[in-house]
Design a protein around this ligand. Sequence first.
Ligand code: UD1
Length: 412
Amino acid sequence: MDKIVIHGGRRLEGEVQVSGAKNSALPLLFATLLAPGTHHVGNVPDLRDITTVEKLLTVLGARVVRENGAFTVDATPIQSVEAPYDLVKTMRASVLVLGPLLARLGHARVSLPGGCAIGARPIDLHLKGLEAMGAEISLDHGYVEARAERLKGATICLDIPTVGGTENLMMAATLAKGTTVLENAACEPEIVDLAEALIRMGARISGAGTDTVVIEGVEALNPLEIAVMPDRIEAGTFLIASAITRGDVLVRGAVSAHLEALISKLREAGAEISEEGGGLRVKGPNEIKSVDIKTRPHPGFPTDMQAQFMALMALGSGTSMIVENVFENRFMHVCELQRMGADIRIEGHTATVKGVKELLGAPVMATDLRALAGLAADNTTEVSRIYHLDRGYEHIEKKLKGLGADIERVKE
Ligand code: UD1
């Protein structure tokens, strides 16, 4: 596997363009299963998970052409309703085929996703919701099998505002008979993006982006034509990268409305952030102030930015409390930061981060850390197991290099 070698201590400067959002591209590509015909999805990032979606759509029988970030999907010929284990195990978002296949074809068989590095991550709420809509669900040899002649609208109150669950049920409900009300629904921008796409396909949806989404089922949908929105997690990571290196970076495509919680915490930490040139410009502070964060579903502080923010807080002037509320066991990056000299203690869901004057380069594994600390470290950081980086970030080292980072990908 490749590794990334960073000679730290460079200030990042210049402009960087944010890619299309992975977490939006995944449900949009699966939504193509809802309607026969030829769909076009543009601004799709070049990432491993996207290749997995391409394989999965192809296994199901769709004809997929992928060219320079644009997908053409002919979803007319679906020959299989099974998402096999070898694809689902590499990407748990594969469970998002369940809703669309069940809604259009009345049958879906999806391998249960295996364990995952950030906790158990069950899909019970997806299944309970589909059952409430009349699906018969059974488990067989590690597969979830779901059947329903036609799904029926239902009122479903989610125990947790699950992002994937909201997406799956919203897609399923578009073709159900009658009206579905999703209560305690997730409000993430990716939900709004998916709802807008489904509406363009002919679905009747209101309330996306609030905690109550109402979907009036229709008989059939039309093909989709859409470009994926910018990735708010990638954007947020560049905002922090600029702050941690005391840099001055314009992050093009960063949408402030998607990043309010992070922006406000970065400002508290001393960064200057302004809207400029179709994006956000961040000037890093001379002294990073320590601030507390608690991760929460949107519009709260995103769990997907927790590790990066902790890297910043490792260099803070005081003590920061970081509470992870969304996932159990999402502190794997702490050991790696400690190996670079960070002073962090964990108790339950809380990490107490006492800022240190400098971080030292060290060989580390990427886990969830995403290499940011290495940018600020004094000497060389070697990041191995960059699997997670490659999953979430398109051409990360090229983009950081363009901002002046001394960073290289080497074969291990
Ligand atoms: C999505 C994002 C991921 C992000 C997460 C939370 C994608 C592809 N991934 O993941 O990057 O970190 O939202 O913002 O969009 N849960 C249950 N039962 C369920 C479903 C979820 O208990 O049926 C729990 C999970 O274990 C977790 C919490 O709910 O503790 C939130 O998970 P969820 O919102 O579903 O995350 P994902 O959709 O998997």
